[in-house]
Design a protein around this ligand. Structure first.
Ligand code: PMP
Length: 446
């Protein structure tokens, strides 16, 4: 008997009781390798002593105080730490409790910015198909992933979706990456012109698309073109780095690899590494000043904003990453991870694409790569089956099953903790390969 809402209302998952490094164990004594860091959260792995000590110290001093009355040292230090690692101009941090909350706040910030500037007619949001920006109403409406939206249609907020930048699935035959980048970016301009530039507020995109497309980085120069288009029409660029930010791609901010910067950026998962629920929005002087000189506040508040204990945990996570130089470790281990994934899975006909950046990798499953990369029917539920098989084999991977439009097939996401060793990587890939083979045999036998 359970009184708790679980992900599946017909199934109670095992109870987690412990974890250390990249390993977890449940109450029945089963052990698991956390190769997806939950959902790309646990960047430092589990049981990190420096983070635990910081949380204990903060709880001893003061666990919580409301931002309507107080600021706190850990929140101030965390904001300063984030600003120091961000490019010039991104100088203002709002601390919230998670990714969806960060996206909601980012959208409202863009809206308030235009109201303060005297352009209230700018309210349209453009985002991309197959994206995920969270599960609260505004964030859900912004995301373009069909399975997560369809049960709730019509959504309360109208948004507009253009094609993603997803070369593997959306490029034409023989189209080179440069032409594709141009075409994919032009779809933003077309949509802006269709809606009327004076009505568009923001373009929202994941810098590296995570949960619903499987670690898809944009092709070279796509984001430069996007930035130019946003600037041409005075539209804010909001990059959602809830999953791909905070070192996951080997860069503190994933957009650094694109040679551009956004007006607003959201982060969450790797910020607190799962030790406490926390997310953040970072915004430019231009946006902050419009509100400061206008109404004098950002009209937005949550009870747990800038939570001192959550901020202390996140500060310890970020300081550990910096002290231990883990960004270069992500780059080096990420290269090894990619090379081993490619070497090992190359001979499987069902592996159509392996893509990613840093320690964020996606493996896309297809019927037969020699036969045109056709995805499996969504009714096979392949990625979820693979997740279950891998879990039984002691490996945690994050699945996403395809949709009827036939373009987003099944994939699994790998996002191990930054501390993973080469031996551990070898082990993850060996279990993954066996689990893929086992799952394919099971579906062949149905
Ligand atoms: N944006 C992105 C890019 C995400 O990956 C996620 C979570 N998967 C969210 C927003 C929502 O974050 P949360 O689950 O913390 O609300």
């Amino acid at each position: 008997m359970t009184y708790l809402f679980h992900r599946s209302l017909n199934n109670t998952p095992p109870a987690i009781v412990g974890g250390l490094g990249i390993n977890l164990w449940d109450s029945a004594g089963n052990t698991y390798i956390d190769a997806s860091g939950g959902a790309a959260v646990s960047c430092l792995g589990h049981g990190h002593p420096a983070v635990i000590a910081a949380i204990k110290k903060q709880v001893d001093e003061i666990a919580y105080a409301h931002t309507g009355f107080f600021t706190s040292e850990p929140a101030e230090k965390l904001a300063a730490n984030l600003v120091q690692s961000a490019p010039n101009g991104l100088n203002h941090v709002l601390l919230v409790s998670g990714g969806s909350e960060a996206v909601e706040a980012a959208i409202k910030m863009a809206r308030q910015y235009y109201i303060e500037k005297g352009y209230p007619q700018r309210y349209n949001i453009i985002a991309r198909k197959q994206s995920y920006h969270g599960n609260t109403l505004g964030a859900l409406a912004t995301g373009g992933n069909i399975p997560r939206r369809e049960n709730f249609l019509p959504l309360l907020i109208q948004t507009h979706h253009i094609d993603p930048c997803f070369y593997f699935r959306y490029s034409y035959d023989q189209e080179d990456e440069a032409c594709y980048a141009e075409r994919a970016a032009r779809s933003l301009e077309n949509k802006i012109l269709e809606l009327g530039p004076e009505t568009v507020m923001a373009f929202v995109a994941e810098t590296v698309v995570g949960a619903t497309s499987g670690a898809v980085p944009a092709v070279l120069d796509y984001f430069k073109k996007i930035r130019e288009i946003c600037d041409r029409y005075g539209i804010l660029l909001i990059l959602d780095e809830v999953m791909c930010g905070m070192g996951r791609t080997g860069y503190q901010w994933a957009f650094e690899a694109e040679g551009i910067q956004p007006d607003i950026c959201t982060i969450a998962k790797g910020l607190g590494g799962g030790y406490q629920p926390i997310g953040a929005v970072i915004a430019t002087d231009e946006i902050y000043d419009a509100m400061k000189l206008g109404s004098g506040s950002f009209q937005h508040g949550h009870t747990y904003m800038a939570h001192p204990t959550a901020a202390a945990a996140a500060l310890a996570v970020q300081e550990t990453i910096q002290r231990e130089n883990l960004l270069s470790a992500v780059k080096e281990r990420g290269d090894y991870f990619a090379q081993m994934l490619r070497n090992s899975l190359e001979d499987l006909d069902c592996v159509g694409d392996i893509r990613g950046r840093g320690l964020l990798w996606g493996v896309e499953l297809v019927q037969n790569k020699k036969d045109g990369n056709r995805p499996f029917s969504p009714s096979v539920n392949l990625a979820t089956k693979l997740k279950k098989t891998a879990f039984k084999n002691g490996l945690i991977i994050y699945p996403n099953s395809g949709t009827i439009n036939g373009r987003d097939g099944d994939h699994i996401l790998l996002a191990p903790p930054f501390i993973i060793s080469h031996n551990e990587i070898d082990n993850v890939i060996a279990i993954l390969k066996n689990s893929i083979k086992e799952t394919m045999m099971d579906i062949d036998n149905v």
